[in-house]
Design a protein around this ligand. Structure first.
Ligand code: UDP
Ligand code: MG
Length: 328
């Protein structure tokens, strides 16, 4: 039984219309690289006929398989599921909506053969996004660079090739709040970026609402930084200092000009201000406690409902090691 050399993981959530066009464009590229490839669609709880469409392509081409999750777990978890099932020496992760041009995979493989264990696609522009979204993305990267454990290369997303060694490390990371971009950077290894232009989404709409993106950014921050927790300590010091200064000011004023102090409005304002600060800091602590809770429950990351294709179906006519994929 030949094991595939190149695995392509594609998380899909309601991408029914994109399956066939994606395969039509992806397969010639893969065949140019090696015949020992496999495609693993991770069906992330699609409610349309995505899985049925994959079944159709799997019928003609058993190297295209699927891992179907029992419900929608989110793209990050879907990628983790794909990584667990990928058997290739190199694993490519890409989106299903053809925003990630499949032709890039050839370049990825070349860079990989040159000795890079991680080759990431680096989007050169974000013109497909609204200005507000872009602004927030930029702000996020800056904050992350300043406060995160490790810097993230800007514009590097999930479209990438990871060597088996990297995949093994990623598999061993059991965290639930998965922020893949951070994890890729965290595992290190010799990496290189390949610029690419993001194409328009072929069918359907993006699965990321603004709210989801914000949540995602916060998850990323919380997973790789404790600064949101520490801010409150500093703020606490600052506010204490300010209150002492104010106390001194009032004392001096009272001593010099008597006790004529109409303090009601300022009292209300400061009470409200400080209760706000306290609730906010408690909220942030709560976010972290919630994450600890999620992790200590030690639930599995995902639940597989069905598998399509995979190890048993890799055609035995492909037994020979493919010389085109031998590394320098
Ligand atoms: N996706 C997924 N689970 C989700 C949301 C999205 O598997 O809960 C997949 C989706 O099908 C697509 C990829 O993740 O293949 C990227 O999603 P999308 O195109 O909506 O994100 P964007 O390109 O706007 O960042
Ligand atoms: Mg997309």
């Amino acid at each position: 039984m030949a094991s595939p050399k190149l695995s392509v993981i594609i998380p899909v959530h309601n991408e029914s219309e994109n399956i066939a066009p994606l395969c039509a464009r992806l397969l010639p590229v893969l065949n140019r690289i090696t015949s020992l490839w496999e495609v693993i669609f991770v069906d992330d709880g699609s409610r349309d006929d995505t899985l049925a469409r994959i079944r159709t392509v799997n019928h003609d081409e058993p190297r295209i398989g699927a891992v179907s999750l029992s419900r929608n777990f989110g793209k990050e978890i879907a990628i983790a599921a794909g990584l667990d099932h990928a058997r290739g020496d190199a694993v490519v992760i890409m989106d299903a909506d053809l925003q990630h041009p499949p032709e890039m995979i050839e370049t990825f493989v070349e860079r990989w053969k040159e000795g890079n264990l991680m080759v990431y696609g680096q989007r050169t522009d974000r013109s497909d996004e609204t200005r507000v979204k872009r602004g927030f993305a930029h702000l996020f990267y800056r904050l992350f660079a300043r406060f995160g454990e490790i810097p993230l290369p800007e514009g590097a997303g999930d479209f990438r090739l990871i060597d088996q060694r990297g995949v093994e490390v990623l598999r061993s990371l059991g965290e639930k709040a998965r922020f893949s971009k951070g994890l890729y950077a965290w595992i290190g290894f010799k990496s290189t970026g390949v610029p690419f232009v993001v194409e328009e989404r072929l069918h359907g709409t993006t699965k990321w609402s603004f709210r989801k993106l914000f949540r995602f950014a916060f998850d990323g921050m919380a997973a790789f930084s404790t600064v949101p927790l520490r801010i409150w300590t500093y703020l606490g010091f600052l506010i204490s200092f300010m209150s002492i200064a104010t106390a001194v000011y009032f004392l001096v004023r009272t001593l010099l000009f008597g006790t004529d102090l109409p303090g009601f409005p300022s009292l209300i304002v400061s009470v409200m201000f400080f209760s706000g600060i306290q609730l906010m800091s408690l909220g942030i602590i709560g976010e972290y406690v919630g994450r600890i809770f999620a992790e200590v429950k030690r639930r599995p990351l995902y639940v597989v409902q069905e598998r399509l294709g995979g190890a048993a179906e890799v055609s035995s006519s492909l037994v020979q090691d493919d010389p085109r994929l031998r590394r320098a």
